[in-house]
Ligand binder design. Structure first.
Ligand code: GLP
Length: 247
């Protein structure tokens, strides 16, 4: 596991974009696993800049998003479909047919989850998975006490997650209670993982995930068992990690 502490959010975002761009230069038809939330926004901005100014090519890239709220159509501005299109996809030259995000309003949730895992397998598996981390240690929407062996599945969101994500909605009642998320097993199958964390609120949880026991209570802790993880945090999220590095 490589742990990199960037100087600032901007520095973290630039370094993250460089890792994703490097993956695409080496393998233009890479399968990228993508995350939402506020953390990767700067990385997406930087990737758009590199696309526009340096010609980073997404024509062959394939993307799979980690998760989507259940009950929100793609037109809802809080859906992850909307987020990805608005913040990234519409600014680059990715083919619409190469974009995969779990459906927010599937007729059959089980069938949608199976379809999603099958698609990932058919495309050859994820080459680089970008992850954020929730304040409760979740990755994707794999909430504490999740089964590590889960593949893509329906999840009930934790109160902590609902509270944390309420900032994006008008009222807390509007935050969906369920989502579809890639499971831990799906994430662990990715060849490389890039875990991002930004801000003081993530300091303790990122420390626990990396330096304490591997436990379903902190779903991100399973990444200690992954063979190729880069953890990239800004100074604010990395204060406890820095202390470990200094010791
Ligand atoms: C959300 C997403 C996660 C994301 C996390 C952190 O609920 N499902 O994929 O990593 O919470 O979000 P943020 O980056 O806004 O702190």
């Amino acid at each position: 596991m490589r742990i990199l502490i960037a100087k600032s959010y901007e520095d973290m975002s630039a370094k993250a974009a460089r890792i994703v761009a490097g993956q695409l230069y080496l393998k233009p038809d890479s399968v990228l696993g993508l995350a939402t939330g506020s953390t990767p926004l700067g990385m997406y901005h930087e990737l758009i800049r590199v696309h526009k100014e340096v010609g980073l090519d997404f024509a062959e890239a394939i993307t799979f998003n980690l998760d989507e709220y259940l009950g929100l159509p793609p037109s809802n501005s809080q859906s992850y479909h909307y987020y990805m299109n608005h913040n990234f996809f519409k600014h680059i030259n990715i083919r619409p047919g190469n974009i995969f995000i779990p459906a927010g309003m599937p007729g059959d949730v089980e069938a949608e989850c199976c379809f999603y895992d099958r698609q990932i397998k058919e495309k050859g598996g994820i080459n680089l998975q970008v992850l954020g981390i929730g304040v409760n240690g979740h990755i994707g929407f794999n909430e504490p006490d999740i089964k590590f062996e889960a593949t893509t599945h329906k999840v009930k969101l934790d109160d902590e997650t609902i509270n944390a994500n309420a900032r994006f909605f008008k009222t807390i009642e509007e935050v969906p209670r369920f989502a579809i998320s890639m499971g831990i097993k799906t994430i662990m199958h990715a060849k490389r993982v890039l875990l991002l964390a930004s801000g003081e609120s993530k300091g303790v949880v990122i420390y626990k995930a990396l330096y304490e026991g591997i436990t379903p209570t902190i779903p991100a802790s399973i990444l200690q068992l992954h063979q190729d993880v880069t953890v990239l945090v800004d100074e604010a999220a990395g204060s406890l990690l820095r202390r470990m590095q200094d010791e």
